[in-house]
Design a protein around this ligand. Structure first.
Ligand code: NDP
Length: 319
């Protein structure tokens, strides 16, 4: 079956989803819905205000909107008319998002798979699986090396910063301790280094450094490095959106000890996040075709529904 999909929101995630939908054999892209009228793409673009006119043409709507305000404000209305998938990443507000999307999707008989991507998303799955197989699991999550959008925005807001990025880097000794089963005392703040690369006039360097390392919420309490570089080097070496991380779970199993590790090394955060989003779209269409309704997290979606292969093929090949 061919699944007709559409994208709402054309930022980093929307652009990656566009490319990746087109690379999947069973998915087709109907169009992109945006608040902006001019987008640099060959895919048909429609005003988001007109989206309900196309409800009967679209099997799955990918919500590629920002998590800060777009998703809480707009996602429930989309779920009333479409089967949706999102990458909402506000961990604290996930229970509220789940409840709202469940009610909206049930009202219309649709399916909404929420919080896909990698964290939340594939990391959540691995945290649950890892923790479930040990009687007394010791679990740690490390993030990076990766570019943090929020922290990069924060340093770009400091007066005098022309260009700036911030990478989150996990401490190798903390990772080794977690793998050895000694992660109980690892403090997440202490286990990560915040590394800033900045272009600014030399006269401003000391003030900018002081402002950054003393910035509450973002840098206070973290080991922070501030490096100043030339514009040419910045434009050459700091344009990507790399990210990744690892979930490490270990514990005693009777007389023996084992460690489970799930590692992501991502050259592009939006490309990988979109790849997970796109695969869960296939699952959403299948759940809907099966007569299911309401919101689902990645914990509730059977893995075989993500695959282009049938369950019988997967059993014959993989089990
Ligand atoms: P962006 O800021 O690039 O895009 C968000 C929205 O802003 C778009 O949908 C778009 O809407 C609008 N927009 C984008 N570019 C412009 C522009 N130049 N001018 C005006 N408006 C613009 O966010 P990302 O795509 O990078 O990320 C989306 C969300 O994905 C993030 O908020 C994050 O929470 C989540 N995420 C989740 C992960 C996970 O593992 N679960 C991992 C990574 C991200 P419109 O087209 O309507 O204007």
């Amino acid at each position: 079956m061919t699944i007709t999909t559409a994208i709402v929101g054309y930022g980093n995630l929307g652009r990656s989803a566009e490319t990746l939908i087109k690379a999947q054999p069973d998915l087709e892209l109907f169009g992109i819905f945006s608040r902006r009228s001019e987008l640099d793409t060959n895919t048909p673009v429609y005003p988001v205000d007109s989206i309900n006119d196309y409800a009967d043409k679209i099997d799955v709507l990918y919500l590629c909107l920002g998590s800060a305000t777009d998703i809480p404000e707009q996602a429930p209305a989309f779920a009333k008319n479409f089967t949706t998938v999102d990458t909402y990443d506000n961990h604290k507000r996930l229970p509220a998002h789940y409840a709202t999307m469940d009610a909206a999707a049930k009202e219309s008989g649709n399916v909404s798979i929420i919080a896909t991507g990698w964290d939340p998303g594939l990391f959540s799955l691995n945290r649950v699986i890892g923790a479930s197989v040990f009687p007394e699991p010791q679990q740690n999550t490390f993030w990076g090396r990766g570019l943090s959008q929020g922290h990069s925005n924060a340093i770009r807001g400091v007066e005098g910063v022309k260009y700036g990025v911030q990478y989150t880097i996990p401490r190798e000794d903390a990772i080794e301790a977690a793998k050895a089963g000694n992660g109980a005392d690892i403090d997440s703040k202490d286990a990560h280094l915040r590394q800033c690369w900045i272009v600014a006039d030399e006269a401003d360097h000391d003030r900018i450094t002081e402002t950054i390392v003393n910035m509450p919420d973002y840098f206070v309490g973290y080991k922070t490095e501030v490096h100043f570089i030339g514009e040419e080097e910045f434009l050459r070496d700091h344009q990507g959106l790399p990210h990744g991380g690892r979930v490490i779970t270990s514990g005693q199993l009777g007389d023996t000890k084992s460690t489970v590790e799930f590692v992501l090394d991502l050259e592009s955060n939006p490309d990988f996040t979109a790849s997970v989003l796109v695969a869960y779209g296939r699952a959403a269409a299948r759940l809907k075709a099966d007569g299911q309704t309401g919101a689902f997290t990645v914990l509730e979606v059977p893995p075989y529904l993500l695959s282009t292969k049938s369950l019988d093929e997967l059993i014959a090949q993989d089990l």
